[in-house]
Design a protein around this ligand. Structure first.
Ligand SMILES: [Zn+2]
Length: 603
């Protein structure tokens, strides 16, 4: 570790804001011109030996010259040499392959996308396709002198320019002055201009002149992370390909392939962590993998990966989520205090927490969801059962907002504590108790299912004793006989109120309320309305509730029916009183009139 300045500096700091990959990323928004960057001419000393040399030795050999050299090894060694070897970007490869196969290759291409997604790699393979001695086509041989020289970055007709370092008009003019001369050896003279948006206006004008009337033996391959900065005149003369960010899964797959080929054993969770930290960039991912190999002494293990990336232990994140589910501020703050001893990056903890909540929400929506290497299915199932979907949404939202506001907090720990307290403060169960109907009040703060207490009590030492209090069958807050009364004060309108009015209360278990719907109103039984009703009930009773609506087999004695009955009774009464009315009787007797009962309405 001492041989790696980036890592040792960070671990001495204790705090972990300067995570290695961030360091790489933010300082170098574009492809670095150095070792692994655009032209491959730098750091020759660190080029990995051909064949499957074991990585640890490569790492050690290079680390004497510094961390930035060490990290290049894998990304360089495993840089794709053919289109088939590329990960992702199929949409681009297909278009290029077709153009090459039919020999209709445009004279200027623009590859855009974030760093490390393969812009210059694709451009270089394309240069080989154009110049391979075996013939123009989508599959260069990789054997001929031209292919090899392009791979090694020394082919005379491939002119690579890093615009980030050459922005003066003179440079570009000098470069373009030679455009009209035929290629020395190849079929085409290929100009590969990386970070082309960095060119000055004058340079763009010089380039534009050439793009307008390109000699037939010239191809321009432009690459940029920031196409918005390109003049429209240049954009409109290029065939543009947008490269996608790579998914965590794709990066992890590629890393596993590399590690297997290198004969390095690995833990899947470690690979996953590194792939997540790569943030869509294959190059960053492989660089981090290199760092991990150096850091862990040739091992790819989860513990080392977490230490290196300063990722918080997932057991602690899971524990935090459990404590949140228990709604116990004292236990939560005690846990944060113990967490602080690890000096975690609280932003990362919130990230990890929100990632976990997303997985829990997925599990709740799709019970078959399997999780991933970092979020095992049993943990997700446990949390999915403990938390209501609304809680998960609220916690997620609070976590990402807390993450955003962390910079404004007096210090990270305070910001973090405030965020977790906010999660339970705004949870429906923490709501005002004054508004709850009689009989519901005292125990509403503890809404966690009693069955879980065995697993959680061990850690949440201050776990509330009143958790055993509420009886499950007593249906606190919702009395079957007073469902109509509850309904009358429930703040819900429209179709959701109709749904509630046509139901009878059946039972309540934990936070699950079961209702039975009158079969004549089956159309009201929609997920959206049930959800709306559950929210209204949760608000009303000040605790988080779920609602299930079953369809009754026979008409049920719902508030709606009771109301209907009441209306009919008053109508009957009105009719009877009319029948008895002396004036009406007089009409009937004199004119043979009859009373139309349907026209009678109570007033
Ligand atoms: Zn070739």
């Amino acid at each position: 570790m001492g041989s790696n300045p980036t890592l040792s500096a960070r671990s001495e700091q204790g705090q972990s804001y300067g995570v290695p990959h961030r360091f790489l990323r933010d300082d170098q928004p574009s492809t670095p011109p150095g070792p692994e960057g655009s032209n491959g001419r730098g750091a020759v000393g660190c080029r990995s030996p051909a064949g499957a040399g074991r990585l640890p030795s490569a790492g050690v050999a290079c680390s004497s010259t510094g961390a930035s050299v060490s990290y290049t090894a894998l990304a360089r060694k495993w840089r794709p040499r053919r289109f088939e070897e590329l990960t992702g970007q199929e949409h681009v490869l297909q278009a290029l392959s077709n153009a090459l196969a039919t020999n209709r290759v445009h004279h200027a291409f623009l590859f855009t996308g974030t760093r490390g997604v393969g812009k210059t790699t694709i451009a270089r393979i394309l240069a080989k396709c154009l110049n391979c001695e075996t013939g123009l086509g989508p599959t260069p041989c990789g054997e001929c002198a031209t292919c090899r020289e392009i791979d090694e970055g020394r082919f005379v007709d491939l002119i690579e320019v890093d615009a980030a370092s050459r922005t003066k008009v003179d440079d570009t003019r000098e470069l373009l002055d030679n455009v009209q001369y035929a290629p020395t050896r190849g079929r085409y003279k290929v100009y590969l201009i990386d970070e082309v948006h960095m060119l000055s206006t004058h340079s763009f004008n010089a380039l534009l002149k050439t793009l307008e009337e390109p000699p037939p033996h010239v191809k321009f391959l432009l690459a940029t992370t920031d196409p918005q900065k390109l003049p429209v005149t240049v954009l409109s003369r290029c065939l543009q390909f947008n490269l996608k960010r790579l998914s965590v899964g794709l990066i992890a797959e590629r890393m596993k392939t590399v590690l297997e080929a290198e004969g390095v054993p690995y833990e899947a969770a470690a690979v996953r962590l590194v792939a997540e930290a790569a943030d869509g960039s294959m190059r960053d991912g492989l660089s981090l993998l290199d760092q991990l190999l150096a850091f862990g002494g040739g091992k790819v293990a989860e513990t080392e990966a977490r230490t290196m990336l300063a990722t918080v232990d997932r057991k602690q994140v899971a524990q935090l989520a459990r404590l949140l589910a228990q709604l116990d501020p004292a236990a939560l703050l005690a846990f944060v205090a113990s967490l602080d001893e690890w000096a975690p990056d609280y932003g990362d903890v919130l990230d990890a927490l929100s990632t976990l909540f997303v997985r829990v929400a997925l599990k709740q929506t799709m019970p078959a969801y399997e999780g991933d290497e970092l979020h095992p299915a049993d943990l997700l199932a446990e949390l999915a059962a403990q938390l209501s979907p609304e809680d998960v949404q609220l916690f997620y939202q609070t976590a990402i907002l807390g993450r955003r506001d962390l910079a404004w907090a007096p210090d990270p720990r305070t910001g973090f504590e405030m965020t977790v307290l906010r999660m339970i403060a705004f949870r429906p169960a923490g709501g005002v108790e004054g508004s709850t109907p009689a009989g519901a009040a005292p125990q509403t703060r503890v809404a966690s299912p009693p069955a879980r207490s065995g697993a959680t009590a061990a850690v949440g030492s201050a776990s509330s004793p009143s958790a055993t209090g509420p009886s499950q069958s007593g249906a606190p807050g919702v009395d079957p006989a007073r469902w109509a009364e509850t309904l009358a004060t429930l703040e819900v309108g429209g179709a959701a109120r109709q749904l509630a009015a046509n139901c009878v209360f059946t039972s309540r278990t934990g936070n699950l309320v079961r209702l039975t719907l009158d079969p004549s109103q089956s159309l009201l039984r929609t997920t959206a309305l049930i959800e709306k009703l559950a929210q209204a009930l949760s608000r009303h009773l000040g605790e988080s509730l779920r609602v299930e609506v079953e369809l009754g087999a026979a008409p049920v004695d719902s508030p709606a029916r009771a109301e209907q009955r009441a209306v009919e009774e008053s109508l009957d009464a009105a009719r009877r009183s009319l029948e008895d009315d002396a004036t009406v009787r007089g009409f009937k007797e004199k004119f043979g009139a009859t009373l139309n009962p349907d026209s009678v309405k109570p007033v």
